[in-house]
Design a protein around this ligand. Structure first.
Ligand code: BGC
Ligand code: ZN
Length: 352
């Protein structure tokens, strides 16, 4: 069997023969598609410090997958079921034992294709039933490969509803949500916030390519280029009740704290930590306190978020044109797609 292998800490990836596993009653899944994201590219660049091999200093890459059950093993799945494997595997803390490894408190977890567990960029893999989420039977649209990135958004939604009572928000309806970053996660976040009735503004630093423009329209979101001269006035036009950083630029936090309204909510999702040096300013701390702001760090998601993601994509995928996020389909040997963003890319996927 072939797969895409990296050596954590070193740059590069190769498409090569990998060892067959034995099933031991687990479900055998044929990989259909794997998505490529920023996390994969940081691993391939040798720059993601958290990356760990499963064994022998090697790791099969890939954490965004859609597959088909070819042998259900001892599970309740049927042959032909379409499934999405979960990324994070529990350790032994209370949250992990309760199925909320996304809130692991001691770091004793693994993540397929990222830290300590082989991922899904291979022709097939064996998986335990409890880590597989059903995405359909026999045939599903390619947009279901977005289930894994979408599960992060479902956890963001849960987190928002968990804190709105604090600022006496009667509802999120009509509130201004500013989403920084117009990649896959930014657009998925925009679609979900729009579906709960928020007024969504998408922001990036360069202007919106045509495909994203079409998606923004379908989502019902406005767009702002933060490098344009209209930005200063633009950000005053729509109230800033919520800010979501899906760009991984820490400076967004500082800007948000200055501009957001009282009782505002800031969700930090992008994992990048680069681009901001120095200390938090006293003014920022004062605003955080004085405006009663809530800052939420949000990573990963639990089984229920994968299930909600499957449902959301089934119900709203066509309306929001989510399938159009997939802008390129590559073969597993085209490993250059793991190193650089492709022309006009929103989401590149590998077809197995
Ligand atoms: C995945 C998360 C994971 C995070 C950090 C993201 O790309 O979607 O599930 O927790 O990377 O490893
Ligand atoms: Zn990812």
């Amino acid at each position: 069997m072939k797969g895409i292998v990296v050596k954590p800490g070193l740059a590069g990836a190769s498409f090569e023969d990998i060892e067959e596993e034995s099933g031991n009653g687990r479900v055998l899944v044929k990989t259909l598609y794997t998505g490529v994201c920023g996390t994969d590219r940081e691993i391939v660049a040798g720059k993601l410090g958290i990356t760990r091999a499963e064994r022998d200093g090697r790791l099969v890459l890939g954490h965004e997958a859609l597959g088909k059950v070819v042998d259900p093993g001892n599970s309740s799945f049927s042959e032909g079921d379409i499934v999405v494997p979960m990324v994070r595997r529990p350790g032994s803390c209370a949250n992990c034992l309760a199925g909320r490894q996304d809130y692991c408190t001691d770091g004793d977890f693994t993540e397929a294709g990222i830290r300590g567990k082989d991922g899904f960029m291979r022709e097939s893999f064996y998986e335990e039933e409890r880590f597989l989420v059903k995405a359909g039977s026999e045939e599903v649209g390619i947009e279901k490969v977005l289930t894994e990135p979408m599960k992060n958004v479902m956890k963001i939604r849960e987190s928002i509803f968990g804190v709105i009572g604090r600022g006496l928000w009667d509802s999120v309806k009509g509130r201004g949500a500013w989403v920084f970053g117009t990649g896959t996660e930014g657009l998925l976040i925009g679609s979900v916030l729009s579906s709960i009735g928020m007024r969504v503004m998408l922001v990036n630093r360069h202007g919106l390519p045509e495909i994203q423009q079409g998606l923004a329209e379908r989502i019902g979101a406005e767009f702002f280029n933060s490098s344009s001269k209209d930005w200063a006035s633009g950000k005053k036009r729509v109230p800033m009740d919520m800010v979501v950083d899906a760009a991984g630029a820490p400076s967004i936090l500082l800007d948000a704290v200055g501009n957001i309204g009282h009782t505002g909510i800031i969700v930090l999702f992008g994992t990048g930590g680069a681009g901001m040096e120095g200390k938090l300013l006293g003014d920022t701390i004062l605003s955080l306190v004085d405006k009663n702001l809530t800052v939420i760090g949000c990573e990963d998601g639990a089984r229920e978020h994968y299930e909600q993601a499957v449902d959301f994509i089934s119900e709203n995928g066509a309306k929001y044109g989510l399938g159009k996020l997939v802008t390129g389909i590559f073969s597993p040997s085209s490993i250059e797609v793991l190193s650089a963003k492709q022309q006009g890319e929103v989401k590149s996927v590998i077809k197995w």
